[in-house]
Design a binder for this molecule. Structure first.
Ligand SMILES: NC(=O)C1=CN([C@@H]2O[C@H](COP(=O)(O)OP(=O)(O)OC[C@H]3O[C@@H](n4cnc5c(N)ncnc54)[C@H](O)[C@@H]3O)[C@@H](O)[C@H]2O)C=CC1
Ligand SMILES: O=C(CO)COP(=O)(O)O
Length: 331
């Protein structure tokens, strides 16, 4: 099977290398010439991975026409780019293709999940199905082949199994699942929790606080996910608690890192002035705030993150406000 990975950033490169390691036919398409050249000429993607040596067989291109005839197209671009890139590839695709989504978040205007965006933008006769390849996985670790497990989630079990078999190897183990709603909501909202976790660390809070954040954050994810038709058990899996743990506790997480700076400075100003990285939780916080309000879903942690990011509330005040809410039963 021939796969094209759209996006020469950190996750696109790491996942393309998995396929190359598995001796599959794979090509990376990127818009950033420097990244494409770095992969082809130096077998590196230094912007994201410094001196890490990539599989020397891995190749990249800036020619989008390379998706013609592809069996699988894997979209590894930020959520904001999924809609335009799907419209672009829809005009070029010439047969039924499995589209793999790895992005975590929502469409910035319609609030759709990523699979919904892809199904809306790709013609039925060009789409076999959408498979979301998601779970606890920092690209920085996958690219150096550290043991990782993630899910291939799809409404089409056959395509999920195809993706599972293509990507699994001795350092990457793929499970399959079909709870698209629960899984995609889990991996989106955990980014807001990772910002919260970073903020709390930046403010100087330690292990007890992080454990509380992860535990209560999971409850919020379940509340939101089940409201929209996700299964509660999904949140106990890789796309729920798994992804929540990895992003709330890791120095690799850009969401955690953003939160840490905001907490340390007790202000969002420098983050918004200087950030150039993909920090999906920021837009997700805005969407979750709006949707939770419209649907009457209680999301106190997400709400405080929203207030910090978009309403000028002090991080230190938010942490305190979460503690002095009305007392209640845990469950
Ligand atoms: N980096 C990671 O460890 C993981 C990332 N993800 C998710 O993957 C998605 C992509 O993130 P990263 O690869 O980390 O971001 P990144 O910031 O490392 O790379 C993004 C890449 O997308 C490219 N790009 C942007 N717009 C494009 C367009 N219209 N056409 C083609 N390329 C375009 C950029 O040039 C860049 O190469 C995000 O939603 C993220 O949450 C999920 C799991 C792990
Ligand atoms: O989703 C991720 C790990 O599972 C990557 O996290 P960040 O986007 O916060 O770096």
């Amino acid at each position: 099977m021939r796969t094209v990975v759209i996006g020469s950033g950190s996750w696109g490169t790491a996942l393309a290398q998995v396929l190359q390691d598995n001796h599959q036919e794979v090509l990376v398409y990127g818009v950033a010439e420097a990244e494409v050249n770095d992969i082809n000429e130096n077998h590196k993607n230094s912007k994201y991975f410094g001196d890490v040596e990539l599989n020397p067989e891995l190749k990249a291109t800036t020619d989008i026409q390379c998706i013609k005839g592809a069996d699988i197209v894997l979209l590894a671009v930020p959520t904001i780019a999924i809609d335009p890139i799907c419209h672009q590839i829809n005009d070029i695709l010439d047969k039924k293709t499995i589209i793999i989504n790895v992005s975590k978040g929502f469409h910035p205007e319609t609030n759709e999940r990523m699979s919904e965006v892809i199904r809306r933008c790709i013609d039925e006769d060009k789409l076999s199905s959408v498979v979301s390849l998601i779970g606890p996985s920092h690209a920085e670790e996958v690219v150096i082949r550290l043991l990782t497990t993630i899910d291939a989630i799809s409404l089409n079990n056959e395509d999920a199994v195809t993706v599972q078999n293509l990507f699994s190897n001795q350092y990457l183990r793929i499970y399959t699942g079909n709870d698209e709603i629960g899984s995609e909501l889990g991996v989106a909202i955990k980014n807001v929790m990772a910002i919260a976790s970073g903020i709390l660390s930046g403010l100087g809070y330690q292990d007890n606080t992080r454990a509380a954040l992860i535990t209560r954050g999971l409850q919020e994810m379940i509340r939101y996910g089940v409201h929209f038709g996700g299964q509660q058990k999904t949140f106990m899996g890789l796309t729920g608690i798994g992804d929540l743990i990895v992003t709330c506790t890791s120095v690799h997480s850009r969401n955690f890192e953003a939160g840490y700076q905001i907490g340390k400075e007790n202000s969002v100003e420098n983050f918004f002035k200087n950030n150039t990285k993909t920090v999906e939780g920021v837009r997700t916080a805005k969407i979750v705030h709006r949707v939770a309000k419209e649907n009457g879903i209680d999301m106190p942690i997400c709400e405080e993150v929203y207030q910090i990011l978009f309403n000028g509330k002090l991080p230190s005040e938010c942490a305190q406000d979460l503690m002095i809410r009305d007392l209640k039963k845990e469950f």
